[in-house]
Design a binder for this molecule. Structure first.
Ligand SMILES: [Zn+2]
Length: 130
């Protein structure tokens, strides 16, 4: 698991380096730059994503990183809606959003994991900030 994560993060960093030499103009939320990007694992952290921000969906199933831009708050809601699903753009696998953590309605400190059909964590979200 840890070695898989390291391999994936290495890919993220490699993409960050690649983006600095591309002609892509900087987005509102920034582009990948060399540095460390930590995954958001709680509803609170995911809800910090605002319109125009970039985030990476990292799929452990196919070891891909898909960079997306937040269109509106519905996109953010879709990333943390309990029981909702996301699809990997690369391998098209379906992942289910699972909440865990302190009970109570409206709590934003719930941990969020993205699990596959076997209930195994298989995706995570990495916000890309300046
Ligand atoms: Zn995938």
């Amino acid at each position: 698991m840890n070695s898989t994560l390291k391999a994936i993060l290495a890919t993220v960093f490699a993409m960050g380096l690649a983006s600095t030499v591309s002609a892509e103009p900087p987005g509102k939320g920034g582009i990948f730059k060399p540095g460390t990007y930590k995954h958001a694992d709680s509803q609170e952290e995911i809800q910090k994503l605002k319109k125009g921000y970039h985030y990476a969906l990292v799929c452990m199933e196919c070891k891909s990183v898909t960079v997306k831009e937040v269109g509106d708050e519905k996109d953010v809601e879709a990333l943390c809606h309990e029981g909702g699903t996301l699809h990997c753009d690369s391998c098209k696998k379906k992942v289910t959003i699972k909440h865990s953590g302190p009970p109570g309605k409206g709590s934003t400190s719930k941990k969020i994991t993205y699990v596959n059909e076997e209930g195994k964590e298989c995706m995570f979200v990495v916000p890309v900030k300046d």
